[in-house]
Write a protein that binds this ligand. Structure first.
Ligand SMILES: Cc1ncc(COP(=O)(O)O)c(C=O)c1O
Length: 359
Protein backbone atom coordinates (compact mmCIF):
# COMPACT_ATOMS: atom_id res chain seq x y z
CA UNK A 1 0.00 0.00 0.00
CA UNK A 2 1.30 3.42 -0.85
CA UNK A 3 1.45 6.03 1.88
CA UNK A 4 -1.68 8.22 1.53
CA UNK A 5 -1.95 10.54 4.51
CA UNK A 6 -0.26 13.04 6.76
CA UNK A 7 -0.54 12.39 10.50
CA UNK A 8 0.62 15.93 11.18
CA UNK A 9 -2.06 17.51 8.97
CA UNK A 10 -4.76 15.38 10.54
CA UNK A 11 -3.62 16.42 14.02
CA UNK A 12 -3.29 20.05 13.00
CA UNK A 13 -6.77 20.19 11.50
CA UNK A 14 -8.60 18.27 14.21
CA UNK A 15 -6.64 18.43 17.48
CA UNK A 16 -4.37 21.45 17.57
CA UNK A 17 -6.82 24.11 18.76
CA UNK A 18 -7.03 25.43 22.29
CA UNK A 19 -7.99 28.74 23.91
CA UNK A 20 -4.29 29.63 24.01
CA UNK A 21 -3.19 28.20 20.70
CA UNK A 22 0.58 28.14 20.29
CA UNK A 23 0.35 25.26 17.80
CA UNK A 24 0.35 27.75 14.91
CA UNK A 25 2.97 28.35 12.24
CA UNK A 26 1.54 31.28 10.27
CA UNK A 27 0.69 34.82 11.31
CA UNK A 28 -2.76 36.25 12.18
CA UNK A 29 -5.42 36.24 9.50
CA UNK A 30 -5.47 39.46 7.48
CA UNK A 31 -9.15 40.46 7.13
CA UNK A 32 -10.61 41.08 3.69
CA UNK A 33 -12.09 44.40 4.87
CA UNK A 34 -8.56 45.75 5.42
CA UNK A 35 -7.37 44.91 1.91
CA UNK A 36 -7.75 48.03 -0.27
CA UNK A 37 -9.89 46.61 -3.06
CA UNK A 38 -13.05 47.42 -4.98
CA UNK A 39 -15.09 44.24 -4.57
CA UNK A 40 -17.00 45.12 -7.76
CA UNK A 41 -13.84 44.21 -9.68
CA UNK A 42 -14.05 40.60 -8.44
CA UNK A 43 -15.04 38.09 -11.10
CA UNK A 44 -15.80 34.40 -11.05
CA UNK A 45 -14.27 33.26 -14.33
CA UNK A 46 -11.15 34.42 -16.12
CA UNK A 47 -8.34 33.59 -18.52
CA UNK A 48 -6.23 31.29 -16.37
CA UNK A 49 -5.70 27.99 -18.19
CA UNK A 50 -2.01 27.71 -17.26
CA UNK A 51 -1.89 30.58 -14.79
CA UNK A 52 -3.50 34.03 -14.58
CA UNK A 53 -1.03 36.40 -16.28
CA UNK A 54 -1.37 39.31 -13.77
CA UNK A 55 -0.71 36.91 -10.88
CA UNK A 56 2.16 35.17 -12.70
CA UNK A 57 3.64 38.63 -13.30
CA UNK A 58 3.14 39.73 -9.69
CA UNK A 59 4.97 36.63 -8.43
CA UNK A 60 7.69 37.06 -11.07
CA UNK A 61 8.14 40.72 -10.12
CA UNK A 62 8.30 39.93 -6.41
CA UNK A 63 11.38 37.79 -7.13
CA UNK A 64 12.76 39.49 -10.25
CA UNK A 65 12.40 36.27 -12.26
CA UNK A 66 11.01 35.52 -15.72
CA UNK A 67 7.21 34.76 -15.58
CA UNK A 68 8.00 31.62 -17.64
CA UNK A 69 9.65 30.23 -14.50
CA UNK A 70 6.52 30.63 -12.33
CA UNK A 71 4.02 27.82 -11.73
CA UNK A 72 0.88 28.70 -9.76
CA UNK A 73 -0.21 26.17 -7.16
CA UNK A 74 -2.67 25.67 -4.34
CA UNK A 75 -0.42 26.76 -1.47
CA UNK A 76 3.11 25.60 -0.77
CA UNK A 77 1.54 22.19 -0.10
CA UNK A 78 0.60 21.61 -3.72
CA UNK A 79 3.79 23.36 -4.85
CA UNK A 80 5.87 20.78 -2.96
CA UNK A 81 3.74 17.95 -4.28
CA UNK A 82 3.90 19.08 -7.91
CA UNK A 83 7.62 19.77 -7.72
CA UNK A 84 8.47 16.38 -6.22
CA UNK A 85 6.04 14.49 -8.46
CA UNK A 86 7.48 16.08 -11.60
CA UNK A 87 11.09 15.42 -10.58
CA UNK A 88 10.96 12.01 -8.90
CA UNK A 89 10.21 8.58 -10.36
CA UNK A 90 9.34 5.62 -8.11
CA UNK A 91 12.58 4.22 -6.67
CA UNK A 92 14.51 7.48 -7.09
CA UNK A 93 16.28 8.68 -3.99
CA UNK A 94 15.40 11.93 -2.30
CA UNK A 95 17.55 13.35 0.49
CA UNK A 96 15.45 15.26 3.03
CA UNK A 97 16.55 17.25 6.09
CA UNK A 98 15.91 15.97 9.61
CA UNK A 99 13.94 17.30 11.42
CA UNK A 100 11.48 17.93 8.59
CA UNK A 101 7.99 19.28 8.00
CA UNK A 102 6.02 16.01 7.96
CA UNK A 103 4.01 16.43 4.75
CA UNK A 104 7.22 16.72 2.71
CA UNK A 105 8.20 13.22 3.87
CA UNK A 106 4.63 12.01 3.31
CA UNK A 107 4.56 13.23 -0.29
CA UNK A 108 7.94 11.65 -1.06
CA UNK A 109 6.69 8.35 0.41
CA UNK A 110 3.42 8.63 -1.49
CA UNK A 111 5.36 9.09 -4.74
CA UNK A 112 7.27 5.87 -4.12
CA UNK A 113 10.62 7.60 -3.73
CA UNK A 114 13.29 6.18 -1.46
CA UNK A 115 13.71 8.69 1.34
CA UNK A 116 17.19 9.27 2.78
CA UNK A 117 17.97 11.80 5.49
CA UNK A 118 20.68 14.23 6.52
CA UNK A 119 20.71 15.63 10.04
CA UNK A 120 20.57 19.18 11.32
CA UNK A 121 21.87 19.13 14.90
CA UNK A 122 20.68 21.21 17.82
CA UNK A 123 24.25 21.36 19.21
CA UNK A 124 25.33 23.26 16.10
CA UNK A 125 22.29 25.52 16.03
CA UNK A 126 20.33 23.35 13.55
CA UNK A 127 22.39 24.76 10.67
CA UNK A 128 22.65 22.83 7.42
CA UNK A 129 26.06 21.24 6.96
CA UNK A 130 26.72 20.75 3.25
CA UNK A 131 29.33 18.10 4.11
CA UNK A 132 26.60 16.08 5.88
CA UNK A 133 24.66 16.27 2.61
CA UNK A 134 27.68 15.28 0.55
CA UNK A 135 28.18 12.21 2.75
CA UNK A 136 24.55 11.11 2.27
CA UNK A 137 24.14 11.44 -1.51
CA UNK A 138 24.37 8.46 -3.83
CA UNK A 139 24.40 8.26 -7.64
CA UNK A 140 20.63 7.65 -7.40
CA UNK A 141 19.86 10.86 -5.48
CA UNK A 142 17.61 12.96 -7.70
CA UNK A 143 16.55 15.64 -5.24
CA UNK A 144 17.78 17.31 -2.01
CA UNK A 145 15.08 19.01 0.06
CA UNK A 146 15.40 21.71 2.71
CA UNK A 147 13.15 24.38 4.19
CA UNK A 148 14.43 27.95 4.52
CA UNK A 149 13.57 29.27 7.05
CA UNK A 150 13.67 25.84 8.62
CA UNK A 151 10.39 24.48 9.94
CA UNK A 152 10.33 23.80 12.93
CA UNK A 153 13.37 25.80 14.16
CA UNK A 154 13.18 28.98 11.99
CA UNK A 155 16.94 28.81 11.37
CA UNK A 156 18.09 30.67 8.24
CA UNK A 157 20.43 28.99 5.74
CA UNK A 158 22.90 31.41 4.18
CA UNK A 159 23.46 31.82 0.45
CA UNK A 160 26.99 30.47 0.79
CA UNK A 161 25.73 27.17 2.27
CA UNK A 162 22.95 27.03 -0.33
CA UNK A 163 25.59 27.43 -3.04
CA UNK A 164 27.56 24.53 -1.56
CA UNK A 165 24.40 22.40 -1.62
CA UNK A 166 23.88 23.43 -5.25
CA UNK A 167 27.45 22.28 -6.03
CA UNK A 168 26.81 18.90 -4.38
CA UNK A 169 23.58 18.48 -6.36
CA UNK A 170 25.22 19.46 -9.65
CA UNK A 171 28.00 16.92 -9.13
CA UNK A 172 25.44 14.09 -9.40
CA UNK A 173 22.88 15.73 -11.72
CA UNK A 174 20.35 16.23 -8.91
CA UNK A 175 18.14 19.21 -8.08
CA UNK A 176 17.64 21.14 -4.82
CA UNK A 177 14.12 21.89 -3.62
CA UNK A 178 14.03 24.83 -1.21
CA UNK A 179 10.71 25.41 0.53
CA UNK A 180 10.77 29.16 1.25
CA UNK A 181 7.29 29.43 2.79
CA UNK A 182 8.78 31.36 5.75
CA UNK A 183 11.66 33.25 4.08
CA UNK A 184 9.84 36.59 3.89
CA UNK A 185 9.60 36.53 7.70
CA UNK A 186 13.21 37.74 7.59
CA UNK A 187 12.05 41.31 7.91
CA UNK A 188 15.36 43.08 7.34
CA UNK A 189 17.79 42.43 4.49
CA UNK A 190 15.41 39.72 3.34
CA UNK A 191 17.53 37.23 1.38
CA UNK A 192 16.75 36.89 -2.28
CA UNK A 193 15.22 33.59 -3.32
CA UNK A 194 17.67 30.71 -3.77
CA UNK A 195 16.22 30.30 -7.26
CA UNK A 196 18.83 32.87 -8.37
CA UNK A 197 21.69 30.68 -7.14
CA UNK A 198 21.67 28.28 -10.09
CA UNK A 199 19.68 26.13 -12.48
CA UNK A 200 19.52 23.23 -10.00
CA UNK A 201 17.36 25.24 -7.57
CA UNK A 202 13.61 24.70 -7.46
CA UNK A 203 11.76 26.94 -5.01
CA UNK A 204 8.31 26.66 -3.47
CA UNK A 205 6.44 29.26 -1.47
CA UNK A 206 3.10 30.97 -0.88
CA UNK A 207 1.31 33.90 0.72
CA UNK A 208 -0.01 31.66 3.49
CA UNK A 209 2.45 31.81 6.38
CA UNK A 210 3.97 35.28 6.48
CA UNK A 211 1.15 37.38 5.03
CA UNK A 212 -1.96 36.10 6.80
CA UNK A 213 -3.98 35.24 3.70
CA UNK A 214 -3.83 31.45 3.84
CA UNK A 215 -7.44 31.17 2.63
CA UNK A 216 -6.40 32.41 -0.82
CA UNK A 217 -4.24 29.30 -1.20
CA UNK A 218 -1.88 31.39 -3.33
CA UNK A 219 1.26 29.31 -3.80
CA UNK A 220 3.88 28.89 -6.49
CA UNK A 221 6.95 27.11 -7.77
CA UNK A 222 9.97 28.85 -9.27
CA UNK A 223 11.73 26.52 -11.68
CA UNK A 224 13.45 26.56 -15.05
CA UNK A 225 10.93 26.77 -17.94
CA UNK A 226 11.10 23.14 -19.20
CA UNK A 227 10.32 21.84 -15.72
CA UNK A 228 7.74 24.58 -15.22
CA UNK A 229 5.81 23.14 -18.15
CA UNK A 230 6.16 19.64 -16.81
CA UNK A 231 4.67 20.80 -13.48
CA UNK A 232 1.86 22.77 -15.14
CA UNK A 233 0.97 19.72 -17.25
CA UNK A 234 1.02 17.48 -14.20
CA UNK A 235 -1.30 19.90 -12.42
CA UNK A 236 -3.88 19.10 -15.13
CA UNK A 237 -4.20 15.75 -13.34
CA UNK A 238 -4.78 17.44 -9.97
CA UNK A 239 -6.56 20.79 -9.61
CA UNK A 240 -6.51 21.62 -13.37
CA UNK A 241 -7.20 25.36 -13.05
CA UNK A 242 -6.99 27.67 -10.03
CA UNK A 243 -10.00 29.34 -8.37
CA UNK A 244 -10.16 32.65 -10.26
CA UNK A 245 -11.59 34.89 -7.50
CA UNK A 246 -8.67 33.67 -5.38
CA UNK A 247 -6.27 34.75 -8.11
CA UNK A 248 -7.82 38.23 -8.25
CA UNK A 249 -7.61 38.62 -4.48
CA UNK A 250 -4.02 37.35 -4.59
CA UNK A 251 -3.09 40.03 -7.14
CA UNK A 252 -4.62 42.61 -4.76
CA UNK A 253 -2.62 41.10 -1.88
CA UNK A 254 0.59 41.43 -3.93
CA UNK A 255 -0.25 45.09 -4.58
CA UNK A 256 -0.35 45.69 -0.82
CA UNK A 257 2.21 43.19 0.36
CA UNK A 258 4.00 45.70 2.62
CA UNK A 259 0.76 46.40 4.47
CA UNK A 260 0.20 42.69 5.10
CA UNK A 261 3.79 42.09 6.10
CA UNK A 262 4.18 45.07 8.45
CA UNK A 263 1.02 44.22 10.38
CA UNK A 264 2.31 40.70 10.97
CA UNK A 265 5.80 41.92 11.77
CA UNK A 266 4.65 43.99 14.75
CA UNK A 267 3.02 40.93 16.34
CA UNK A 268 5.86 38.52 15.52
CA UNK A 269 8.46 40.90 17.01
CA UNK A 270 6.47 41.49 20.21
CA UNK A 271 5.98 37.73 20.58
CA UNK A 272 9.65 36.97 20.00
CA UNK A 273 10.63 39.32 22.81
CA UNK A 274 8.27 37.46 25.15
CA UNK A 275 9.66 34.14 23.95
CA UNK A 276 13.25 35.16 24.67
CA UNK A 277 12.29 36.37 28.17
CA UNK A 278 10.53 33.04 28.74
CA UNK A 279 13.56 31.04 27.56
CA UNK A 280 15.85 33.11 29.79
CA UNK A 281 13.80 32.42 32.93
CA UNK A 282 12.81 28.76 32.39
CA UNK A 283 15.59 26.33 33.20
CA UNK A 284 13.80 23.10 32.20
CA UNK A 285 13.47 24.13 28.54
CA UNK A 286 15.92 25.28 25.90
CA UNK A 287 15.72 26.44 22.30
CA UNK A 288 18.03 27.83 19.66
CA UNK A 289 17.13 31.53 19.57
CA UNK A 290 16.61 33.03 16.14
CA UNK A 291 16.17 36.61 15.02
CA UNK A 292 13.49 35.73 12.50
CA UNK A 293 10.65 33.32 11.86
CA UNK A 294 7.26 32.45 13.28
CA UNK A 295 8.13 29.21 15.10
CA UNK A 296 10.51 28.05 17.81
CA UNK A 297 11.47 24.45 18.55
CA UNK A 298 11.71 24.01 22.31
CA UNK A 299 13.32 21.07 24.12
CA UNK A 300 11.95 19.82 27.40
CA UNK A 301 15.08 18.87 29.33
CA UNK A 302 13.43 16.61 31.91
CA UNK A 303 10.13 14.79 31.64
CA UNK A 304 7.97 13.24 28.98
CA UNK A 305 6.96 15.82 26.39
CA UNK A 306 3.70 14.15 25.36
CA UNK A 307 2.59 13.92 29.01
CA UNK A 308 3.65 17.54 29.51
CA UNK A 309 1.63 18.70 26.48
CA UNK A 310 -1.39 16.64 27.61
CA UNK A 311 -1.30 18.40 31.00
CA UNK A 312 -0.81 21.79 29.31
CA UNK A 313 -3.94 21.24 27.30
CA UNK A 314 -6.12 19.53 29.92
CA UNK A 315 -5.33 21.86 32.83
CA UNK A 316 -4.34 25.08 31.06
CA UNK A 317 -6.25 25.04 27.73
CA UNK A 318 -3.01 25.68 25.83
CA UNK A 319 -1.60 23.82 22.81
CA UNK A 320 1.77 23.40 21.12
CA UNK A 321 2.86 20.97 18.39
CA UNK A 322 4.32 17.71 19.75
CA UNK A 323 7.87 17.12 18.57
CA UNK A 324 6.97 13.59 17.49
CA UNK A 325 5.55 15.14 14.32
CA UNK A 326 9.12 16.23 13.57
CA UNK A 327 10.57 12.87 14.70
CA UNK A 328 11.94 14.60 17.82
CA UNK A 329 9.72 13.54 20.71
CA UNK A 330 11.67 15.53 23.35
CA UNK A 331 10.71 18.81 21.70
CA UNK A 332 7.62 20.86 21.00
CA UNK A 333 7.01 23.69 18.54
CA UNK A 334 5.41 26.97 19.43
CA UNK A 335 4.18 29.59 16.99
CA UNK A 336 4.34 33.40 17.08
CA UNK A 337 2.59 36.18 15.20
CA UNK A 338 -1.11 35.62 15.90
CA UNK A 339 -2.02 37.58 19.03
CA UNK A 340 0.46 38.87 21.57
CA UNK A 341 -1.89 38.70 24.57
CA UNK A 342 -2.71 35.08 23.71
CA UNK A 343 0.98 34.31 23.28
CA UNK A 344 1.93 35.93 26.60
CA UNK A 345 -0.76 34.00 28.46
CA UNK A 346 0.13 30.76 26.61
CA UNK A 347 3.77 31.12 27.75
CA UNK A 348 2.61 31.81 31.32
CA UNK A 349 0.60 28.63 31.20
CA UNK A 350 3.58 26.67 29.89
CA UNK A 351 5.53 28.04 32.89
CA UNK A 352 2.78 26.92 35.27
CA UNK A 353 2.78 23.46 33.71
CA UNK A 354 6.57 23.27 34.06
CA UNK A 355 6.19 24.15 37.74
CA UNK A 356 3.46 21.58 38.21
CA UNK A 357 5.51 18.71 36.73
CA UNK A 358 8.45 19.59 39.02
CA UNK A 359 6.33 18.97 42.13
C1 LIG B 1 7.62 24.20 5.46
C2 LIG B 1 6.20 24.26 5.03
N1 LIG B 1 5.89 24.06 3.76
C3 LIG B 1 4.63 24.09 3.32
C4 LIG B 1 3.58 24.33 4.18
C5 LIG B 1 2.19 24.36 3.65
O1 LIG B 1 1.91 25.68 3.33
P1 LIG B 1 0.60 26.13 2.56
O2 LIG B 1 -0.38 26.53 3.60
O3 LIG B 1 1.07 27.30 1.75
O4 LIG B 1 0.11 25.03 1.73
C6 LIG B 1 3.85 24.52 5.53
C7 LIG B 1 2.75 24.74 6.48
O5 LIG B 1 2.88 24.72 7.68
C8 LIG B 1 5.19 24.49 5.96
O6 LIG B 1 5.49 24.68 7.25
Amino acid sequence: MRHKQSDYMRWSKTESRARFNLATSGVAAFPLRDLPLDLKTLEINGENSYGYAPLQNAIAQHYAVDPECVVESAGTSMANHLAMAAILEPGDEVLIEHPAYGPILDVADYLGAKVNRFYRREETGWVVDSEAIRRRITPKTRLIVITNLHNPTSVLTSDSVLREIGDVARSIGALVLVDEAYLDAVYENTPQTSFHLGAEFVVTSSLTKVYGVSGLRCGWILVRPDLAWKMKSLNDLYSATPVHPGELLSVAAFQHLDLLRERARRIVEADRKLLHDFLARETNVSAVRTKWGTTSFVRLKNGNTDAFLDRLRADFDTSAVPGRFFEMPDHFRIGMGVNTEMFREGLNRISETLRSIRK
